[in-house]
Design a protein around this ligand. Structure first.
Ligand code: ZN
Length: 238
């Protein structure tokens, strides 16, 4: 009986630990930023897995039309292949963060591999755009103490999210929009994708359309779209 109970307990703990290692807002494994207190008037939209042509450029046009800045977590290998797009993101005033070089699930990597992924991505971005932020988002949101410890040792700030559009398999824009809008309270970090981790060229037209509609709607409602550093500093744009 005792053995059974212990097994049951450890199974529960393992499930909880597995959930925590992937859960975007879970804080068991160290503090990660997911947003500001509810009901702030700020929203920080983040785009992962770029640069990705032609969609990243189209997205930049949409963001420019709305005069809003966002945060892009770039994949180092793609930055090496598309440095010009990375530069355009930076030149437009958006924040660029590190999303590793090859987008592995870091909970299965040792510390050296984690370090390599972060540093390779950092140098790919530095070669393309020069100075950039120290923000880091783990691929798939996967993390464990070693991931966060190595990231912090290297000077990175881990950033998660509070709201996702579940847009990685390219659902219709209306669906992405609905999933986000029903959870927006203010002060939220929102996760979307302008690229795909499996290959370049993944169609992100629906995400761009959703971003366009969300920007229109929430600007009208008085929200302020900010970058992650601006949100972390609690700053509103003038
Ligand atoms: Zn990703």
């Amino acid at each position: 009986m005792l053995a059974l109970t212990a097994t049951a307990i450890s199974a529960t703990a393992a499930v909880a630990a597995g959930y925590q290692s992937m859960s975007p807002a879970g804080q068991w494994y160290g503090k990660t930023f997911t947003g500001n207190p509810r009901c702030s008037r700020q929203l920080a939209v983040t785009f992962d897995d770029g640069p990705n042509d032609p969609y990243t450029r189209r997205l930049l046009e949409v963001l420019a039309q709305h005069n809003i800045q966002a945060t892009f977590f770039l994949i180092g290998d793609y930055v090496r292949q598309r440095p010009k797009i990375a530069r355009e993101i930076s030149d437009a005033g958006h924040t660029i963060g590190n999303h590793t070089c090859t987008h592995p699930l870091l909970i299965f990597k040792n510390e050296n591999e984690i370090r390599r992924e972060l540093l390779d991505c950092r140098s790919a971005i530095a070669d393309a755009v020069g100075a950039h932020s120290n923000l880091f988002r783990p691929p798939f949101g996967g993390r464990r103490p070693a991931v966060l410890r190595v990231a912090r040792e290297l000077g990175f700030e881990p950033i998660m999210w509070r709201i996702t559009g579940y847009d990685w398999n390219a659902p219709p824009a209306a669906e992405i929009e609905r999933k986000i809008s029903r959870r927006i309270r203010g002060g939220d970090v929102i996760l979307l994708h302008d690229g795909g981790h499996k290959q370049l060229g993944v169609d992100r037209s629906q995400t761009i359309l959703a971003a366009d509609r969300l920007a229109t709607r929430y600007k009208k409602e008085g929200f302020d779209f900010v970058t992650i550093p601006e949100m972390m500093a609690g700053l509103s744009k003038p």
